[in-house]
Design a binder for this molecule. Structure first.
Ligand SMILES: N[C@@H](CCC(=O)N[C@@H](CS)C(=O)NCC(=O)O)C(=O)O
Length: 208
């Protein structure tokens, strides 16, 4: 493969999904620092790549792609990685959980993370914090049940890019201070991935 550029900042959970995928499949890349408080993705140069003004973006030999989970799929596919199965049904299950991570799980934690982790003064409504935690916990219960059924993996009883996305999500869960219910399968999955070199790199205390 040719020249792969990954644009974003490592403090972004979505950037880390992409970096972790690229590291695991062993593809070479260069990173370019974008995203606040570094380079503002609203700059015209960046907006021309991603009109959403969000990180990450990749440029792969001139091919531009945004949306972190789409990038994970693309990298694991083009580099023929076992992290993205070939069979239609196995692949669809990995895709299902990747889509669930961004559409159902990620959608719940926003208010609680802003209030409790980032201490953002615009997020102090106790009712909304409780609501966010309640919905986030309900989604995590679904993940817990799936990891028990899946023998410690998200799909197909083996490691895939969906495991990276949910491990980073679990990192956010454990890094947000509130009283967490016990989810042993999520804890085991998180600890297993955190023990890998990439897990240590991308799920540190500096990158919640
Ligand atoms: N759905 C997008 C969300 C991307 C996103 O929300 N990126 C955040 C960082 S996690 C961002 O760009 N924030 C603005 C900034 O960093 O300037 C994806 O998965 O790539």
């Amino acid at each position: 493969m040719g020249d792969l550029r990954i644009l974003g900042r490592v403090t972004s959970i979505n950037m880390r999904k992409v970096l972790w995928t690229a590291d695991l499949i062993g593809t070479e890349y260069v990173t370019e620092l974008w995203g606040l408080p570094h380079r503002d993705p609203h700059e015209p140069e960046y907006l021309a790549l991603n009109p959403n003004a969000l990180v990450p973006v990749i440029i792969d030999d001139g091919f531009v792609l945004w949306e972190s989970n789409a990038i994970m799929r693309y990298l694991a596919d083009t580099r023929r990685s076992g992290l993205w199965p070939v069979g239609a049904k196995e692949r669809a299950l990995v895709d299902q959980w990747l889509t669930w991570q961004v559409a159902e799980l990620n959608a719940q934690w926003g208010y609680a993370v802003q209030a409790l982790m980032r201490r953002n003064p615009a997020f102090t409504d106790e009712g909304r914090i409780a609501e966010s935690i309640r919905k986030w916990t309900a989604a995590m219960q679904i993940l817990e049940n799936q990891l028990i059924k899946g023998g410690g993996y998200v799909a197909n009883h083996r490691m895939s890019i969906a495991d990276l996305a949910v491990a980073l999500s679990a990192h956010r869960w454990f890094s947000t201070p509130f009283e967490h219910p016990d989810f042993p399968a999520i804890r085991d999955h998180y600890e297993k991935l955190k023990a890998t070199p990439e897990g240590q790199k991308y799920m540190s205390a500096e990158t919640p």
